[in-house]
Design a protein around this ligand. Structure first.
Ligand SMILES: *Cc1c(COP(=O)(O)O)cnc(C)c1O
Length: 368
């Protein structure tokens, strides 16, 4: 094997349990993007077995995949579904987010069916949803579509719930206030659910308003942003290993890799590793990132190639072909997390795990 991701399914369930306890909210488990690269089917099966009943995905294809795998829980599609794909919504008993008046009109036009739905409300993210600042219009559209669809909920999405400075905290409070105003306008309809919390919102806000926390990144043991502190018991559940394919000494003045970006000033022992950017190793880690070998940090040397990259193992004993290289996870007393890689590459852990490619072998373990 050359590149292997190991996912601890029991830890995913433990994370959900720990988060439920810390937030005091019922959970809607966000398993979009193949459960943030952790495998939506495997994760959802384990979570359903543990008693969780609400799931959220991004699109109809992800929802159908879960149904075909036998997931019986409620599945909310958080984003746009083209109206012409409405048949899947009915056939697979899915819940669709209505993202705008036009989306609702078009979906009704083709389906003429009381599809289960939640209406998205825009309270400041400016992404999808009815404008909460235009209460008259938003109320009218909700009432109109309440008659057409089986409207089970309204929800909004928080854009800075992971921030703790007063300006952003005020903004989040304002978003929740706006959702409450919309809810009040349609109180008489008794719409079952009203929700707004993401991972950050469910544990960092003073007031955790609404019926669910839509738990995403923390379900996988990662942080919404690098400076956040995770609730007790929540840990990463994905590790990523690769292997040394060969070791050589590179003489002072020679160059390493594409573009000859690395030219050691003295002799170095260089090992080649069997993963590359086509596996999901971010090329921005070139000459910048590190991996773990035999419990020590080894710097990435030269540019990340499509299928392999080079590391400096001069200071590390016993490295040879076949030696394990940890890209994410623990080695001895050292640990490197997706959050660390995100920090080094100027992105967020969400993207690091989502980008691990299909070519990587996936192993599921249950450490219970
Ligand atoms: C992805 C997503 C979530 C989960 O967000 P996390 O930050 O991963 O917890 C919740 N709600 C909506 C609408 C989303 O798109």
């Amino acid at each position: 094997m050359r590149s292997v991701v190991e996912i601890d399914i029991s830890q995913i369930v433990k994370n959900a349990d720990a988060y439920e306890k810390a937030s005091g909210k019922e959970l809607m488990l966000t398993v979009k993007a193949d459960a943030y690269g952790h495998g939506a089917v495997e994760c959802s099966k384990a979570l359903e077995k543990a008693g969780y009943k609400h799931f959220a995905v991004a699109c109809v294809q992800e929802a159908v995949e879960l149904r075909k795998a036998g997931i019986k829980g409620k599945i909310l599609i958080l984003g746009y579904t083209p109206p012409e794909e409405y048949k899947d919504l009915i056939e697979y008993d899915l819940i669709q987010t209505l993202i705008s008046k036009e989306h609702a009109d078009d979906l009704w036009e083709v389906s003429k069916y009381p599809i289960k739905a939640h209406f998205a409300i825009d309270t400041g993210m400016n992404r999808i949803g009815l404008d909460a600042d235009d209460l008259d219009f938003t109320e009218k559209v909700i009432r109109e579509n309440y008659k057409r669809f089986n409207l089970l909920g309204i929800f909004t999405h928080l854009s800075v719930a992971d921030a703790s400075d007063s300006d952003n905290v005020d903004f989040t409070d304002g978003q929740i206030e706006k959702l409450k105003h919309v809810k009040k306008r349609v109180e008489d309809l008794n719409i079952k659910y009203c929700h707004c919390l993401n991972s950050a919102g469910g544990v960092y806000l003073k007031e955790r308003y609404g019926d669910f926390a839509r738990l995403g990144i923390m379900l996988y043991g990662l942080k919404p942003s690098y400076t956040n502190v995770l609730p007790k018991g929540i840990k990463p559940c994905l590790s990523w290993k690769s292997y040394v394919s060969m070791v050589k000494t590179v003489k002072a003045g020679e160059s390493i890799g594409y573009g000859r970006t690395s030219k050691p000033l003295c002799d170095r022992v260089i090992a080649t590793v069997t993963s590359g950017y086509a596996d999901g190793v971010n090329r921005l880690l070139s000459n910048k990132g590190y991996v773990l070998v035999n419990g020590k940090r080894a710097n990435i040397i030269g540019r990340i190639c499509m299928d392999q990259f080079m590391i400096d193992v001069t200071e590390i004993n016993g490295v040879k072909a076949g030696t394990e290289v940890v890209l994410i996870g623990k080695s001895g007393n050292e640990e490197i997390t997706a959050d660390d890689i995100a920090y080094m590459t100027g992105t967020i852990s969400y993207e690091v795990v989502c980008r691990i490619n299909k070519r990587v072998t996936v192993k599921y373990v249950n450490k219970d």
